[in-house]
Design a protein around this ligand. Structure first.
Ligand code: ATP
Ligand code: MG
Length: 322
């Protein structure tokens, strides 16, 4: 990655420890240097990345939109959708109550920990021992999955039926893990066998089964709102009791591909079928305007692309939670 790292905000009561391409991580200021914190503050910025490059300018309100979406999904998966409760990394009291608008209330003790500058785009989470696997689930064929299928007839080593097109629904959702690369390196698609070598057979099965369960549930929820959840990525960590816990952001338009269901049904070209509510708009623009190997400074996103992406992010939130 050639892009300069972002300058993190100074936040009262917190110490900055890490910045990813999109989010900044903080631990309580009284955490000893190098010591383990119980809680963390995850702050989502308006930064947008594509092909592992952070682009300029950011997408207005993206941090708030993605945080709101993530919190809403955590709540759905904690049982609001009628399913069993999936353990997640939000502070336990986070989901206990809901306001009149249906949005979960954040208890005062947790809210008071979130500095004013980042309210709405920050989550207080339990610090977990993260698993080094990005748990990708695909229900539809596109992106890197489509590229591999074209070349080899497989996705992450899983053989698929012949004759599929870009954007087609898969016979059933598949688990296609990636090894989570250290900062600055590309995540690497791996086979299930390789996942077993990294985390052990039992853990690998647990990650796969939980990921598929969450994907199926979320895809049903999305479908009821006229949306297709084409694919998504989860991250899990172990809590202090060794419980596998859903972490990071969930089912956001950064970690997932969402399409409009009616456009997909009636569309004839891949562009018409995959009417995206995610950063595909940015990826497509960058692919067309900055060909591989994409060295040096990426070109600046035009106003029109930024606005269109922001509008689609807002529309996704409204369609899902509205
Ligand atoms: P990328 O830019 O490729 O996404 P990244 O995933 O390292 O890089 P971010 O997503 O911006 O960067 O930062 C979030 C980081 O916080 C990730 O490394 C994620 O694994 C980690 N994380 C998320 N939830 C927790 C948690 N509960 N405990 C510990 N680490 C967490
Ligand atoms: Mg990430």
């Amino acid at each position: 990655m050639t892009d300069a790292p972002p300058t993190p905000l100074e936040l009262d009561g917190w110490r900055h420890v890490y910045s990813g391409k999109v989010r900044d991580l903080y631990v309580p200021a009284d955490t000893p240097e190098g010591g383990r914190a119980e809680r963390m503050l995850v702050v989502a910025s308006d930064r947008v990345s594509a092909f592992d490059h952070v682009l300029s300018p950011g997408i207005p309100d993206k941090g708030v939109l993605l945080t709101t979406l993530s919190l809403w999904w955590f709540d759905q998966l904690a049982g609001a959708d009628g399913g069993r409760s999936i353990p997640n990394h939000l502070e336990p009291s986070r989901l206990l109550t809901r306001g009149p608008d249906g949005v979960p209330n954040t208890p005062d003790d947790v809210v008071s920990l979130i500095p004013d500058e980042v309210i709405g785009r920050a989550m207080v989470v339990r610090s977990l021992d993260m698993q080094p696997i990005e748990c990708v689930v695909r229900g539809y064929l596109t992106g890197s999955g489509w590229a591999e299928y074209l070349a080899e007839g497989t996705v992450c080593g899983i053989r698929l039926p012949e004759g599929l097109s870009n954007g087609d629904r898969l016979p059933e959702p598949i688990f296609t893990p990636a090894f989570k690369a250290p900062m600055g390196e590309h995540d690497e698609n791996i086979s299930f066998e390789r996942t077993v070598e990294i985390v052990g057979a039992q853990r690998a099965e647990e990650l796969r089964d939980l990921s598929l369960e969450i994907y199926r549930r979320a895809a049903r929820t999305a479908e009821a709102r006229g949306l297709i959840l084409a694919d998504t990525k989860f991250e899990f960590g172990l809590d202090e009791n060794g419980v596998l816990t859903l972490a990071d952001e969930v089912l956001t338009s950064d970690s997932s591909r969402y399409w409009d269901a009616s456009a997909w049904e009636s569309g004839t070209t891949p562009e018409e079928r995959m009417a995206s509510f995610d950063k595909q708009i940015v990826r497509d623009w960058l692919a067309a305007n900055w060909p591989a190997p994409r060295e040096g400074e990426p070109p600046r996103l035009p106003h029109e692309i930024v606005e269109r992406t922001a509008a689609r992010y807002r529309e996704l939130l409204e369609r899902l939670t509205g």
